[in-house]
Write a new protein. Structure first.
Length: 319
């Protein structure tokens, strides 16, 4: 398998390789928190799908008739081990995985503003299980590099990637704070569902711009509050029950952040209210979901009394 670093002349390759070595050493430890996700990944090492389809709403990897019952049981057990599934849907050797988010809706909203990905080097920051990375494959990128700090999603993606034989996709066990290891590396960057979790969103956007090649395109998707004024909500403790939420901007505020951090041609191309049709509890994600985050007596408010979220989408260019 090739190393995407061969394509990135300006990346801090020594630092990235050192991080990989450190990560590999850490993950070989026989700790329950590591084994919980490493073992299902290893259990499917002998399987490869003959059929894949990344063009439909459900990312499809393999068909049920490709495997015998023993291997099908292994697949079912492994997929259940990666619960809760946040992004999807997926269909893996006939196992239908109905994730919390109907992520195809977001992907379809992105398509009208999607830059040409053909031959491009792409980053997906906070890639989760890689749903959007798989959807990008239909558009023929040179490679897509996902940064994902959570072990559950990291191993889930590695499992799906290997089953699919998707050699154009890569992942690093890293977060957005590690984007500084990739100066002037990316033609396209996706930053979806991340910015409101950062305590310094403006600094983060500066660092992302520094990681982009001249003329590169940034796609940002974010939670937002209603309103025309360029302001952001800073919740006292939580927003929609999530403690790690800091600045929740209006769309115009997010636009100004992008302009102030040096991006050009900033465009708000979509804004819509959230709904429990798009984000909901399923048999593959059995915890609280969107409807539990709202005031039961007034769905225009969160349980904390703040405005219920919109989702907004922006596109910007790195000069």
């Amino acid at each position: 398998m090739r190393d995407y670093l061969d394509l990135l002349k300006t990346a801090d390759k020594d630092a990235i390789r050192a991080r990989r070595t450190e990560t590999a050493t850490r993950l070989t430890q026989p700790k329950k928190g590591f084994l919980r996700f490493r073992e299902p990944y290893e259990a499917l090492h002998h399987l490869r799908a003959r059929f894949t389809d990344f063009s439909k709403d459900a990312v499809t990897i393999g068909r049920a008739d490709e495997l015998g019952e023993t291997d099908l049981c292994l697949v079912r057990e492994a997929m259940r081990s990666f619960m809760p599934w946040r992004k999807g849907p997926f269909e893996v050797f006939g196992v239908e995985i109905d994730a919390e988010w109907q992520s195809w809706r977001k992907w379809n909203r992105l398509l009208p503003a999607l830059p040409d990905l053909t031959g491009k080097v792409v980053a997906d920051i906070g890639c989760n299980n890689g749903y959007y990375m798989f959807r990008m494959l239909e558009h023929k990128p040179r490679c897509v590099i996902g940064l994902e700090p959570f072990l559950q999603h990291y191993y889930c993606f590695k499992t799906l990637r290997r089953l699919a034989g998707a050699d154009e996709l890569f992942i690093e066990l890293m977060g957005v704070e590690d984007i500084t290891l990739f100066p002037t590396c990316f033609d396209v960057v996706f930053l979806m569902g991340i910015i409101y979790h950062r305590i310094s969103p403006v600094e983060m956007l500066r660092e992302i711009r520094a990681a982009m090649r001249p003329g590169g395109v940034l796609i940002v998707e974010s939670q937002a509050i209603p309103g025309e004024e360029p302001v952001a909500l800073f919740p006292e403790e939580r927003y929609a029950k999530v403690p790690g939420t800091y600045f929740v901007p209006t769309a115009s505020c997010l636009r100004n952040w992008l302009i102030r951090t040096g991006f050009s041609e900033v465009e708000i191309f979509c804004s819509h209210p959230m709904s429990s049709e798009e984000q909901r509890k399923t048999t593959w994600m059995t915890f609280e979901s969107y409807e539990d985050f709202l005031d039961p007596g007034n769905p225009t408010l969160t349980v904390e009394g703040y405005p219920a979220p919109l989702r907004v989408y922006l596109r910007a260019k790195s000069p």
